[in-house]
Design a protein around this ligand. Structure first.
Ligand SMILES: [Zn+2]
Ligand SMILES: [Zn+2]
Length: 468
């Protein structure tokens, strides 16, 4: 019966929200093995039947294609509700308080943003409040909305669009990074003031952990199958080979294998996501974003990130200056955290992305695995650079001890925040499947990487390679 419904869905892009959802794992409904094209190396595989706690990895690059949890809908719903409650506690109770020479201050979480607005840094304030509160809240509400629909067996309105949006929200939630930022700022001022953690601090830690568990609990494969079923795979697919020479691509959001039009574009039949054989102008966009990030990295380091006024004495400090001061005062772990997050990670990320882009036209399968691993690490660590921006936001809000002491954000805070966002965007613009494409034929300008990013497959796409 499940099979019959799947067939009925092949022709329709918009699922009927009143259709009952598919219960149980996809394997319970389908006898045939489902096709997947690895999103990182473009390899076509058939998914094996998965049991609870199992996951299927790409045989070529090791990318996880699908993970099966026990009762994923109930699990995600429970975690998302718990995370949302913890977040509500975290924003309504006092976050931290401190006392210096009898003058005390106590802040709630949202003051980290409002103080920045007061200091004429609205963009940094928006960045902080979006990444730590607003986007996680939208994400959790979306998960709750979707899972309630799945558990009621009648989808709530806009379920498919919400499910598609979830995968795009994911990298921009930085609650875990904010906790590191909070710890760093507290240790920074612990020497000069008496700091006490409010209930909201612990609530926020719970929220960050629950948010992480919620994102990990989402089994996209099961969720999309429950939402829309699985349309039949295109005809004549050869597995154990690359997808693009066969005119196919795997949907990055729901995983379904789709046939592309002659230009290498299309839309996913299941989730409606835009599809490309390779992300359009991937190398050019990555290079442009890298160049912008490199340019902004100069003001981020030359201008002060924080201006401390203490007893009428004003002292600006740059990122590297702050690291040196911390080191001289013996705060070695904090100096190391700031050094790694603000200097080592962004610089290595810029170098790694540039190297990956340069290597694309000279691809060879042998190093594909290690280069894909480098790309994954680069994509994963990028957001941790936000630590220093969060440190500034927390210190600015916290240290308001009248004339005794105050801290204002410097121009580098915005520049550095922009560097982090731009390097994250550059990693997203880079298409890892390019790593695995056969090398371009050597000709005058072929190794500049400035071409259309259609895969130049060795035999059957000669005309594409010619256009480069
Ligand atoms: Zn792969
Ligand atoms: Zn899709």
């Amino acid at each position: 019966m499940g099979e019959r419904r799947n067939l009925a869905l092949i022709d329709t892009l918009t699922p009927d929200p009143h259709l009952p959802v598919q219960e149980g794992p996809p394997e319970a409904h389908m006898s045939r093995r489902r096709l997947r094209a690895c999103h990182e190396c473009d390899w076509l595989v058939r998914l094996p039947p998965l049991h609870r706690g199992q996951s299927a990895d790409c045989p070529r690059c090791g990318h996880t294609l699908s993970t099966r949890h026990y009762r994923p809908a109930q699990r995600s719903l429970a975690l998302a509700i718990a995370a949302l409650l913890a977040l509500i506690m975290a924003i309504s109770l006092p976050f931290v308080s401190f006392q210096i020479s009898g003058i005390g201050n106590r802040i709630v979480l949202t003051q980290t943003a409002t103080s920045l607005i007061g200091m004429h840094q609205p963009l940094v304030a928006i960045g902080v409040v979006l990444t730590t509160i607003v986007l996680p809240m939208v994400y959790l509400l979306s998960v709750i909305w979707l899972q309630i629909g799945l558990l009621r067996r009648t989808l709530l309105p806009a379920s498919r669009d919400i499910a598609r949006a979830l995968s795009h929200l994911h990298p921009w939630m930085m609650a875990d990074v904010f906790i590191i930022g909070a710890l760093v700022s507290l240790i920074k001022i612990a020497g000069m003031a008496e700091v006490s953690l409010g209930l909201a601090f612990w609530a926020f830690c719970c929220f960050a952990l629950l948010l992480l568990l919620t994102t990990q609990s989402l089994d996209a494969d099961w969720m999309w199958f429950s939402l829309v079923g699985e349309p039949a795979a295109p005809e004549g697919v050869v597995t154990g080979a690359r997808a693009s020479p066969q005119g196919l691509t795997g949907c990055p959001t729901c995983g379904l294998v789709n046939r592309l039009d002659a230009d290498g574009n299309g839309r996913c039949r299941r989730c409606g996501e835009r599809l490309h054989a390779r992300l359009p102008y991937s190398l050019q966009r990555t290079w442009a974003l890298l160049a912008a990030a490199t340019l902004l990295y100069l003001p981020a380091n030359l201008y002060p990130i924080m201006i401390t006024t203490s007893l009428g004495h004003t002292e600006p400090s740059t990122i590297i200056g702050g690291v040196i001061t911390l080191w001289q005062h013996g705060s070695y772990p904090i100096a190391a955290v700031i050094f790694i997050a603000s200097i080592l990670v962004p610089v290595s990320k810029l170098i790694a992305m540039a190297w990956l882009c340069l290597r694309v036209p000279r691809s060879d399968d042998l190093q594909g695995v290690s280069r894909t691993r480098l790309y994954r690490i680069t994509e994963f660590v990028g957001r941790w650079s936000m630590v220093d921006v969060f440190v500034v936001a927390i210190l600015v809000a916290l240290i308001r001890a009248g004339n005794l002491m105050s801290i204002a954000p410097g121009p580098a805070a915005l520049a550095f925040g922009a560097v982090v966002v731009l390097t994250m965007l550059s990693a997203m613009a880079f298409d890892p499947r390019l790593i695995w494409d056969p090398p371009l034929p050597r000709s005058g300008h072929s190794d500049t990487g400035h071409g259309d990013d259609m895969p130049p497959s060795s035999s059957d796409h000669k005309e594409v390679a010619h256009d480069l």
